[in-house]
Design a protein around this ligand. Structure first.
Ligand SMILES: C[S@@+](CC[C@H](N)C(=O)[O-])C[C@H]1O[C@@H](n2cnc3c(N)ncnc32)[C@H](O)[C@@H]1O
Length: 284
């Protein structure tokens, strides 16, 4: 309940429709840390379920929207069997540079989700993992995603569930937001603003997608220690530019206490993190 009350005090929170200034833009060092730390600890686990839900298979043309450092596109290329049939697009050049270095054979392009540089109906599957919440106009973004799906093809998205469903993360967001002030609070709150499954389903339907289906998966937020998790949470995200060293230390101290229930006997952090996956098909 505390989190709910706290939320109510922050503007730009908990809406699918209103603009948010948060676009998760990183510099080169943070993009490298994102790929090295955050992807294996959190983002990689949703990739296989997302590709399964979308039915990605050999011979398909696949687009990864807001691809970041490319974890979804790489796995898609492994399934389709041809890197040349997979494209990743993202706003952020630092993320794209990491993606290009790791897998140069995939087509990596700078693009905003609302202005994709492809003719309508280009892709059998369009995927978007952990990024919808950063799109200022989510209806326009979903419409553009649906536009580039081929008739009979699919669009599939993955997003964090609402903060009310995040047993471990809700108290951390509350702590960090209280310590770090409005700019950090706005960022942390944004992560969870697409987490209402009914709204997500309506968003997909409003974009003209049919047979909308979903999966909710409680995965793991796993790091070698609480400190390692805090370091990644700050240094692999735009938070690094928004807090000073004192605030960083206070967040670290607070996290050591509040995440104690999720520490394993070896000192690792192993906490639940819930995500929604939604897929819809473009009519033939
Ligand atoms: C949390 S990362 C997720 C990256 C990747 N999909 C993954 O699963 O690791 C969010 C990404 O969304 C991108 N992004 C934010 N707004 C965007 C927009 N309007 N168009 C394209 N990409 C955008 C950011 O640059 C960032 O790389």
């Amino acid at each position: 309940m505390l989190v709910r009350r706290f939320w109510a005090t922050i503007p730009d929170v908990d809406t699918t429709h209103e603009p948010t200034p948060e676009r998760f833009q990183l510099g080169s060092a943070a993009a490298e840390a994102y790929e090295a730390q955050f992807v294996p600890a959190l983002f990689a686990q949703w990739v296989a379920p997302l590709l399964d839900l979308a039915g990605v298979r050999a011979g398909q043309r696949v687009l990864d929207v807001a691809c970041g450092t490319g974890v979804v596109a790489r796995a898609a290329a492994d399934r389709t069997g041809r890197e040349a049939d997979v494209i990743g697009v993202d706003l952020n050049e630092a993320m794209l540079a990491v993606a290009r270095r790791i897998r140069p054979g995939i087509g990596w392009q700078a693009s905003d989700v609302t202005d994709l540089p492809f003719p309508g109906g280009t892709f059998d599957a369009v995927l978007c993992q952990m990024a919808l919440m950063f799109f200022p106009d989510r209806h326009a973004a979903m419409a553009e995603i649906a536009r580039v799906v081929a008739p009979g093809g699919v669009a599939a998205i993955a997003v964090p569930a609402s903060l009310d469903d995040q047993e471990a993360f809700a108290p951390f967001v509350e702590l960090a937001s209280a310590q770090a002030g409005p700019a950090a609070a706005a960022l942390l709150s944004t992560y969870f603003t697409c987490g209402d499954l009914d709204e997500l389903t309506r968003l997909a339907s409003a974009a003209g997608l049919h047979d909308v289906a979903s999966r909710t998966i409680t995965g793991r937020y796993r790091f070698g220690s609480i400190d390692a998790a805090v370091t990644t949470e700050v240094e692999s995200t735009p938070l690094i530019d928004r807090i000073d060293t004192q605030v960083y230390q206070r967040i670290r101290d607070g996290a050591r206490e509040l995440w104690q229930p999720f520490v394993t006997p070896t000192g690792a952090l192993d906490a639940p993190f819930t995500a929604h996956l939604v897929v819809g098909r473009k009519p033939r």
